[in-house]
Write a protein that binds this ligand. Structure first.
Ligand SMILES: Cc1ncc(COP(=O)(O)O)c(C=O)c1O
Length: 414
């Protein structure tokens, strides 16, 4: 059956998981065996070999001078964070909860940074006590931090998160440019830098994070260059030499039909140039990039089981034991304007050709509970395993797992 007209955009090939005897293989284990080992569906499986391989590819493409940080928010599963902590140069956390996971993972506090708006006093206290770098998001936060640091008697390590005067073009989500709740407007930073000095805080540098999920290397290169230039200008007003310049990230992965993988080569060349310029203009600074989904997204699968195969007015529905409550982003309800399918397959029929068009839905009584809409799939039976690729980031922890009281998904690192 020819299910895809020639002009229809298709998903990027998902070849990271091999297929053996018709089954997807995760971490060396065939999927049905893994499902039996986990003891239930639905589950998320993350492949530790793929995580290591991705970091290796990045290290090969980027200059050695660049430190690579993992943004824990993408996937805070403790075992995965522990694995990533061994591979990268630092962890970025966004809450006291993530800070605990990062410290438990054995990451030295000197290699942890804490960014995010609305840090509560108790979170600032925990971060100061731990000795991690605080990426300060507002003048108010800076002053609260100074009070806390003075009261506790431990110096707070501080970088200012700057809301730049430009945007990351063609980005899935923009966190910088224009009015934003994130960071301090670039034009207000010089005055605040003087205050950092007066407050006696330990100034370490700047953090810029323009946006997320970008597949265009030239847009990332442009944002990194502009961030670097802005940091050079701001450094003139700093109370101490810049020791850390975090240029953000935004590296995307292909989720939807027509999207292709990011080309790292121009990004690596640009970062090499910036690192070279930093040697002369900011000699004490380490350049950092922080990545979440790019490091972990492609190494993860979401797996659920078909409970019911149903035909309604000629359309095939695969009703599964998992859905929106475990995987909000694959359902299309985590920031997508127009819903599109994540790449999906039937994990125990992974080399069977598509013979029908089917819609995989979850058990929730809402039309939003869609996992794959009208996708070409092999003929699928009750008990088969529906697999959603590109599920290693913003999956379990970014989903309303308690919704409707179904059991939560288990997460395994294989
Ligand atoms: C400050 C900061 N760092 C890192 C990230 C991770 O982004 P991504 O997972 O797209 O790499 C985000 C995403 O929201 C962020 O806001």
């Amino acid at each position: 059956m020819n299910t895809t007209p020639k002009s229809t955009p298709i998903h990027a090939p998902m070849t990271q998981f091999p297929v053996r005897d018709g089954e997807l293989v995760v971490g060396g284990v065939p999927l049905t065996r893994l499902a039996a080992r986990v003891g239930q569906t639905p589950f998320y499986a993350y492949d530790r070999h793929l995580l290591g391989a991705r970091v290796g590819e990045l290290r090969a493409a980027l200059p050695e001078a660049i430190d690579l940080h993992y943004a824990v928010k993408a996937n805070p599963m403790p075992a995965l964070v522990g694995h990533m902590a061994e591979l990268v140069d630092g962890l970025d956390v966004a809450s006291a909860g993530e800070l605990r996971v990062a410290l438990d993972a054995g990451c030295p506090s000197g290699d942890i940074s804490f960014a995010g708006p609305g840090k509560r006093d108790c979170e600032l206290e925990q971060a100061v006590a731990a000795g991690v770098l605080l990426n300060v998001e507002s003048a108010g936060e800076l002053r609260r931090l100074a009070d806390i640091s003075a009261r506790l008697g431990w110096p707070a390590r501080v970088a200012l998160r700057v809301n730049p005067d430009f945007e990351l073009k063609s980005s899935g989500m923009k966190m910088g440019g224009g009015p934003k709740p994130f960071g301090i407007d670039a034009e207000a930073v010089p005055e605040l830098l003087a205050e950092v000095g007066r407050l006696g805080l330990a100034f370490e540098g700047f953090h810029l994070f323009a946006g997320s999920q970008n597949l265009r290397a030239e847009a990332i290169v442009e944002a990194q260059r502009k961030s670097f230039e802005l940091a050079l200008r701001l450094a003139d007003a700093a109370p101490a030499p810049v020791r850390v310049l975090n240029l953000g990230g935004g590296f995307g992965i292909p989720y939807f039909p027509g999207e292709t993988r990011l080309d790292l080569a121009p990004i690596g060349a640009n970062l090499a140039d910036l690192a070279h310029r930093a040697e002369a203009r900011m000699p004490a600074a380490t350049l950092v990039i922080e990545l979440g989904r790019y490091l972990v997204g492609e190494a993860g699968l979401y797996v659920c089981r078909v409970v019911e195969r149903k035909i309604s007015r000629g359309q095939v529905f695969l009703v599964c034991d998992g859905g929106l409550h475990h995987h909000l982003s694959a359902s299309g309800n985590f920031g997508q304007v127009i819903r599109k399918n994540y790449p999906a397959t039937i994990g125990n029929r992974a080399d069977a050709p598509p013979t029908e068009v089917a819609t995989a839905v979850g058990p929730l009584c809402t039309p939003l509970d869609l996992l794959a809409e009208r996708m070409p799939l092999p003929e699928t039976q009750v008990g088969d395993l529906v697999v959603i690729f590109q599920s290693g980031a913003y999956g379990a922890s970014a989903s309303p797992q308690a919704f409707l009281g179904h059991p939560p998904a288990i997460e395994v690192l294989v």
